[in-house]
Design a protein around this ligand. Sequence first.
Ligand SMILES: [Ca+2]
Ligand SMILES: [Ca+2]
Ligand SMILES: [Ca+2]
Ligand SMILES: [Ca+2]
Length: 323
Amino acid sequence: MRTGVLLSIIGLCLIAPGLMIGGCTKKGTNPPPGEETGFYIMLQYFPLDEGDQWTWEVTFFEVAEEYVDGDSSLGEPFTDLNGNGIRDYEEQFQDSNFNGKYDGPYDPWSPGIPYADRNSNGQYDAPNGMWELGERFLDLDDNGVCNKANKLELRDSIPTVDPQDSVITRQGGFAGTYSDGTPGTMAGETNAFSNDTLGLRWHGHGDYTSWYDLIAPGEPIVIARDTMRLGDSVLTEGQYGWSWTSWLSILEGVESVTVPAGTFVNCLRFKSIAVDWDDNMEKYNGVSYQWYAKDVGLVKWTGPEQNQYWTLTSAHVAGKTYP
Ligand SMILES: [Ca+2]
Ligand SMILES: [Ca+2]
Ligand SMILES: [Ca+2]
Ligand SMILES: [Ca+2]
C-alpha cells in the first residue's frame, strides 16, 4: 500500500511537469493574429504613411464658398521714392478725391480714387457682405453660383510624419474651380490619428473650434483595437466640450465595395454610434457605417443622415494609385 501511494506520488510528479510543458506549448503554437484566425490587423486597413492621399466625394460637410466681395480701392497714386510699396509721409501723392489728405487702399473709397473693377461694370461696388454675379468665387460644387456647397471633393493627405510621434496629421482640403477657371482649394478639417498597439485612435477631432478644446482636448476616440474580430466592439466615453459623449464602434461585416476608385474586396464594415457630441463633432451624432479596404483605408462612409456619404474617387497609398 505505502509503496503504491509513493509510486503514485512519484508518477504525478513526473506527469505534472509534462502537463505544464504541454500547456505552455499549446499556447505558443497559436498562430500570430491574421485573417486565418479571424483577426484583422487594423494597421493594414488604415494606412497613415507620408505621402498617402485620398480623394472622396462627400455630402457630409456644408462649406460656404469663398469669394472676393466688391471692388477694391487701389489708393491714390504716389511716388514711391524708397520702393517699399507704401506711401511714406514725405512722398508726393495725387489727391484724387480732393479731400486734402492721402487715401490709401485700406481707407474708405470715394469717387476719384482708382479701384479694381472686379465685376467689370464700370462703377465702384463696395463690399456688402454678399456675393453678386461677377464677384470671383471658388465653386466647390460646380453649380456656377457662390453658395453653401454640400456635394464636395474632399482631398486628404499625410504631408509629413515625425518618426518620434505616433500621432499623425491628416490634412484636408476641398477642391474646386474659381469662377475664372483656375483650380483652387479651401481648407478642410485637419484630423490626427494613431494606429499602433493602442488601437486605431482619432485624436484632434476636426478643427478645435470651442475654447474648451484648447484647455482640455478630449481623449482620443478609439475607432478599433489593434486587432479586431467580427462582432468585436469598442466604446469610448468621456467629456468633450460641454457634453458627456460616447462613440461605439462595432466590426459588423466583411464585404466587397465598389466605388469610383475601384472594387475593393473584403472591406471591414464598421458601425459607429455617436452620442451627444457638439461643436464641429455634432455632425457625427447618430448611426453611420464605414468601410475600410486593406492597404487603402476608408473607401466608403454612409450616414448618420440619410443621403450623407463619402465615396473614394481616387487615392495614392503606399506607392499605389487608385483607380
Ligand atoms: Ca458683394
Ligand atoms: Ca485724398
Ligand atoms: Ca464694379
Ligand atoms: Ca457653387
